[in-house]
Design a protein around this ligand. Sequence first.
Ligand code: BLA
Length: 506
Amino acid sequence: MEKERSKTDECALEPIHLLGKIQSHGILIGMGVDTGLITHVSENVKEILDLDPAEILETPFVNYFEGLNRDGALSAMDSPAYLFNNPFRITSKTSPAMKFDGVVHRSGDSIILELERSSASPDGVDDYFRLTSNSLLSLQSGETIESIAGVMALEIRQYTGFDRVMVYRFDSDWNGKVVGENHKAGMTSFLGLRFPASDIPPQARELYKKSLIRLVRDTGDEPAGILASASQDAAKLDLSLSVLRAVSPIHIQYLKNMGVGSSMSISLLTPSGELWGLIACHHDTPMTLDYSARAACTHYGQVLASKLIFAEIYARQAEEIKRRENLPKAIRCLASGEDIQKAIVENGELFLKVFDADGIAVVENGWTESYGSVPGEDALASLLKAVPNDDALLDLWTTRSISGLGGEPCGSAGLLSLRIGKDWHIAVFRDEYVEKDLWGGDPEEYSRDSRTGKLGPRESFAAYMDIVKGLSREWTEIDRAIAAEIRSSLGAFLIDRSQRVARLNL
Ligand code: BLA
């Protein structure tokens, strides 16, 4: 195994929507939007329907199938809810015993019809409503992300029968964490483990915003190739919205390394259409789930994503209210004192609470007053000199590691610097916080194919402890908002003070 940080870039290069193959349990047929003649066909029509793929190209689709024609497909696709007009019941004219669920969508100037054998999956609208309403009823307000995610994992597992269901949440760097899980007895748990951004590279995340569910039915499957008519290029067929799309071989290897026989994931989107997370499902053996059941899971993901996001906003608001409790008192202290250095230091404990910090220093024209855990005076002076002096930063600057500013190692690691005037700073410090991240395997590991040199996934997903030293806890939006408020109140008091001084001098 090798180690490298930038593997995300290499993973991002794979054009997963143009792999030119589908999973072999279904058939893909493309027909011209204008002609109804077959433009594309998957090679496995030979095995499944005993049709010669090369022979049926450029012949009318309706010669071989019943249940849908070009006009029906066009009107289904033109409706905004086209996904829910699917599936069509399609019968093969040449093998009438073969009944399929047919799903249509448009790709370029072809109508793409994908056929899957009708199967016994959780059926009907009743099951679906039971699934959604149980979750909504058992999730009253005040629930946490973890409790909602736990219920979601349980419900989806009961509905689909997957061995393991997880709710996976992205962080701001696109690493992810399993925040809810339900699995068959005896499996090792992934709950609480983190996974690096490169496990789900950017082009996959982009695609998952448009195409909200994918099922990898069998990780041992040999995908079927696609043939195209002379006027088309099979390699250019955009399979973004295909339900049978063969997934990236790197990802298949990843699943095999995890010991997974079948995988499904459902996108969880924010109201603005960004990817918040995924519901990820694993099964030890190949798993069949028909289109309607998958549509129910997709819809469930959309409904429950709003619950998760609401819980997240609610938790942030509660945290903000708690953090702001001491802010009015702190502002009153600043307003009442002529000497701002003293006002802060004499009420040091209060200001540490306001900033959720361990130390605070006020440096004015080379004179320092401090409270709590702060670097020595010389170290402090050189740190403040190194703080970027950029007006665009609104005089507020933060770092989780002062060693990046050339600071000597000391107990403090994080700095929030507020520049009040030319030689006047308020410097707020947070001590080092040793971060213990539990990852699903070493996040820096990957493999390389000895023959092709191509990048591959890591081989072990055993819990891996990564200890990060030298950083403070993160400075959040709430920290910045509170600091900005202190900064603007100070601005107002200073103008007031200078006006009073000016009046006295008259
Ligand atoms: C796709 N990777 C995925 C998907 C998931 C994960 C859920 C979506 C496809 C699916 O539903 O299976 C990752 N699965 C996870 C994680 C967990 C899980 C984190 O169950 C945690 C429990 N993967 C690598 C490397 C590369 C890579 C090194 O490890 C790139 C070189 C790529 N992952 C990769 C690609 C896809 C993917 C390309 C897209 C697959 C596709 O849709 O074609």
